[in-house]
Ligand binder design. Structure first.
Ligand code: JFZ
Length: 471
């Protein structure tokens, strides 16, 4: 019997290692790390959980409309619409004059919402720079506004304790050397210059705004970029050397075989998975233990200002539920805003910032520093574990008509106490309904927002099975 077991174990080990070997393609420009970053900057990122995305640029002037017609796509893409002549778009900057831009107020809104970091479009696909870059004239300096947008924003947000990340598009419709693919030697020469331009602009941003925590890259799906894994790899390393601790998501990178986000051996490149866009993972297995971030629009698919929002518009409660889901699956959740051309926010966005903030004031303790709890998912909502502790929050979004919330404890876990986060003294006595299984009775009175129950649990020495094993 013993011999047989050893033989089976050896066989399994062999199969496993040959499967691994088959997976392993020698890569020079694949992932350089396996598993998540463990340094302090990334540990901080992991606690932030709620972010604010801002898409702002000359596209805001159009609001998704041109000459009385409405563009179907995302408003920040309007230049690519056949109804909008490039020449018209490329002159919009002469009207960009956000006289009501008030970075201190923006930062207060973000703080009021409970956002711990923000991402600003320094340059979207159109190539227009919100900072006075010395490498192109297509910047805020050439607009009637003239003043730098980014510097005062970084300062104002930092003053409120909010980390700033810079969105940067590799696609640059304004730059003569930008190419989607390299078909001729002349294309390659032009693109070589373009890569230097990109590197210079990024270096310039880090030099001008040294407190930023990372870059949020976009527009990296063209052949020209994804077939140059060596460059994206070198660029990432260059930036992280310039600015130790800098956080860069997986969207920047390709490996030398053109694989994006995940290299050809299926290892995540960059510091977190940056592919969750207007959709979120369903279950923990979907994120493979990686750090990740989801970015979400309030309407269906509008990032820049769009005067006429179409389709389903997400309510604050829906956004809060998505935030709880993201946190429960170990990721950050970022809500997008598209300010108007004058620098103010539309009322629907202000309302969502305020409502989310009111909820976070009471329940933020369940979100910040929270992560996957290791409990079986239940229909009433989401479990979130305060990382490294035995505190598990239940974010309740759907109360069953019975008013009884089922809780099934993972093995080796004991339930010590349950209480509403908003009212810690109103302890709830769990009803045991089976082995490791309880009902938390919350009644079925109508509620207007998700609410949170805090479970104090204990694991380890005092758990049942350990006691049994000793006796
Ligand atoms: C990109 C941009 O084109 C868009 O304007 C916006 O800035 C958004 C945040 O990013 O759009 C994408 C990029 C990737 C996916 C979807 C939309 N994706 O991976 O599904």
């Amino acid at each position: 019997m013993k011999k047989y077991c050893i033989a089976v174990a050896l066989l399994i080990a062999q199969l496993y290692s040959s499967a691994q070997e088959k997976d392993t393609i020698a890569l020079q420009h694949g992932a350089h790390r396996s598993g998540n970053r463990t340094d302090a900057d990334m540990a901080r990122w992991r606690t932030l959980r709620l972010g604010q995305f801002i898409h702002w640029g000359v596209y805001a002037i159009t609001g998704g409309e041109w000459k009385g017609k409405t563009y179907n796509g995302a408003a920040e893409w309007i230049r690519s619409w056949k109804e909008m002549p490039h020449a018209d778009y490329d002159n919009l900057y002469k009207q960009f004059n956000p006289v009501n831009y008030n970075p201190e107020q923006w930062a207060q809104y973000a703080k009021g919402m409970g956002a711990k970091y923000m991402i600003i479009t320094t340059k979207h696909h159109d190539g227009f720079c919100l900072w006075p870059s010395k490498y192109t004239r297509y910047t805020i300096a050439s607009s009637p506004y003239r003043k730098d947008i980014i510097g005062p924003m970084v300062d104002a947000y930092n003053k409120e304790g909010i980390d700033v990340y810079l969105y940067f598009s590799i696609i640059d419709w304004n730059h003569p050397d930008w190419r989607t693919s390299l078909k001729t030697p002349a294309d390659s020469v032009a693109y070589g210059r373009f890569k230097i331009f990109v590197k210079n602009q990024l270096q310039e941003l880090l030099t001008r705004y040294p407190t930023v925590k990372g870059f949020w890259f976009d527009g990296t799906w063209d052949d020209s970029w994804k077939n140059d894994g060596a460059f994206s790899d070198e660029l990432e390393q260059y930036l992280q050397q310039l600015h130790p601790g800098l956080i860069i998501g997986s969207r920047l990178r390709a490996d030398e075989k053109g694989a994006r986000h995940f290299d050809s051996n299926n290892h995540l490149m960059g510091d977190y998975e940056q592919g969750w866009e207007r959709k979120l993972p369903e279950k923990y297995a979907d994120v493979h233990g990686n750090d990740w971030e989801g970015v979400m629009t309030i309407p269906e698919n509008q990032w820049g200002y769009c005067a006429k929002w179409a389709g389903h518009i997400k309510s604050s409660n829906e956004l809060i539920e998505m935030l709880a889901r993201s946190t429960s699956l170990g990721g950050n959740f970022v809500i997008n805003f598209g300010p108007k051309p004058d620098g103010t926010f539309r009322s629907e966005e202000i309302q969502r910032m305020q409502e989310t903030g009111s909820w976070m004031k009471i329940n933020g303790n369940a979100i910040y520093g929270g992560g996957y709890a290791g409990f079986d998912k239940q229909d009433w909502g989401y479990y979130i574990r305060k990382a490294g502790t035995d505190s598990v929050f239940m974010v309740v979004c759907n109360v069953p008509v019975s008013g009884n919330l089922r809780v099934k404890l993972p093995p080796h876990t004991t339930l010590l106490k349950a209480s509403p986060l908003a009212q810690p003294s109103a302890e709830i006595t769990p009803e045991m309904i089976g082995k490791n299984e309880y009902f938390i009775q919350v009644g079925n009175a109508p509620r207007t927002a998700p609410f949170v129950i805090l479970l104090q649990t204990s694991t380890g020495a005092e758990n049942g099975s350990f006691e049994k094993a000793r006796t």
